[in-house]
Write a protein that binds this ligand. Structure first.
Ligand SMILES: Nc1nc2c(c(=O)[nH]1)N[C@H]1C(S)=C(S)[C@@H](COP(=O)(O)O)O[C@H]1N2
Ligand SMILES: [Mo]
Length: 397
């Protein structure tokens, strides 16, 4: 069946949601309220996955993991949005708080929150994924999508006037903790950096709002860097200082943790393996099956795809052929940093246990790799686990 036809049928099956979805399609601007991509239908049952995630072993650092089966609204409600804190949540006094822009700039700046709010405002719908998502059997829910608002970063850097020598931009958080290197304890703040070219990308925002309310304390109040198209770790919370340098930042979060290490086969036969170590940066193409539902004996697989502009998603049941899923139009063509929801009607499969695997295809034709793809098989660290996800589901008689 043609995808367009499948989309039409899916929308018809959703009844009232269909009109809403079509209306969204006509007004793809981000000022509208986002609808519900493939929402729960009256009377439908969600079949529980047979493979439930293991319990979270680090609740002091990681919380609010997404429960894929329960997801319904397109945007992740703020109080259900996952959190990652490496040094705990700092106490930030919003009135005393200032943002400094300094280092290799001609005109260092100090800005209040009011001054930042008075600057041009922009919104973006962005799916924030921790690079550790799916790195462990418990961690498949480190993801959420919000509508963020803030002011673009690039004009601020231009106003400060980056000096000729400036090549790297460091984003400092208010949170700090003890790091020990070679037995030497040091108290350091959370920080990440980007090249000047990346930091002046027009999409980067200094965000003060999440889903229409001021940024909550656990998501970085009063201000965080919002880097659409980058993994979670680049989105520095509790931002206090932006500093231009002429050297790379080599702290824990750039050069020790969040480093993806690969052992690639020798370049020449009989040679040594080639080790590559890269700092986690831009998001990568990915998808998951989120839930299997059943309504009147008919089954449907619903899931999400993100990390790159999504051109399609394919689904495989057991060892069968790949079948094209229907993409929900939400949130529209102009939101390349937001997840797309997809669905595949599965009919009435034979009772028993089945596996469901999805793979996303991006606008450039790249396909989400299988777990045994060399790109993933040579990876020795858990970050950037972007392989196809297979879930198990028990279908009743
Ligand atoms: N200051 C600061 N910023 C931070 C972190 C942190 O520990 N401290 N964690 C990072 C990581 S690893 C992720 S995945 C995201 C999570 O953002 P959230 O807690 O708003 O979901 O924040 C990033 N920004
Ligand atoms: Mo993360």
């Amino acid at each position: 069946m043609e995808t367009r036809e499948l989309v039409r049928r899916v929308l018809l099956a959703q009844g009232g949601a269909a009109a809403a979805a079509l209306a969204l399609h006509r007004f793809p601007g981000l000022t509208h309220a986002l609808g519900r991509a493939f929402p729960a239908r009256p009377g439908e049952a969600v079949l529980p996955w047979a493979d439930q995630p293991a319990p979270n072993p680090v609740p002091e650092r990681v919380g609010g993991l997404l429960r894929w089966e329960q997801r319904d609204a397109y945007l992740t409600p703020t109080d259900q949005f996952f959190t990652v804190v490496h040094y705990g949540q700092p106490a930030v006094d919003a009135r005393a708080w200032r943002l400094e822009v300094g280092g290799l700039v001609q005109r260092p700046l100090t800005l209040t929150l009011e001054a930042l709010r008075a600057r041009p405002r922009r919104e973006v719908v962005f799916t924030l994924e921790c690079s550790g998502n799916h790195g462990f059997p418990w961690s498949g829910g480190l993801i959420g999508t919000a509508r963020w608002a803030g002011t673009p970063l690039a004009p601020l850097l231009a106003e400060a006037g980056v000096q000729e020598r400036g090549s790297e931009v460091v984003f400092w958080g208010a949170d700090a903790g003890e790091e020990t290197v070679r037995d030497v304890p040091m108290r350091q703040h959370f920080a990440r950096s980007m090249s000047l070219a990346d930091a002046t990308d027009a999409d980067l925002l200094l965000a003060y709002e999440m889903n229409g309310v001021p940024l909550p304390p656990n998501h970085g109040a009063p201000l965080r860097l919002l880097a659409p198209g980058w993994y979670g770790v680049a989105n520095v919370k509790w931002l206090t200082r932006i500093e231009v340098r002429d050297t790379r930042l080599m702290n824990r979060f750039m050069a020790r943790d969040y480093v993806t290490i690969r052992e690639e086969p020798p370049a020449v036969e009989g040679g040594e393996p080639v080790w590559t170590e890269t700092s986690v940066g831009r998001a990568r193409l990915k998808s998951v099956p989120a839930k299997v539902t059943r309504l009147g004996g008919q089954h449907r697989i619903v899931g999400a795809a993100w990390g790159a502009p999504i051109a399609g998603v394919e689904v495989r049941i057991d060892d069968g052929p790949w079948a094209a899923a229907a993409l929900d139009p939400t949130p529209g063509e102009d939101a390349p940093f937001a997840w797309r929801w997809w669905a595949l009607d599965w009919g009435a499969p034979a009772p028993g246990e089945h596996t469901v695997t999805s793979r996303a295809i991006d606008a450039a034709g790249r396909v989400q790799p299988a777990p045994d793809d060399p790109w993933l098989a040579t990876k020795r660290t858990y970050w950037e686990s972007t392989g196809q996800v297979t879930r198990r589901v028990l279908v009743g008689p």
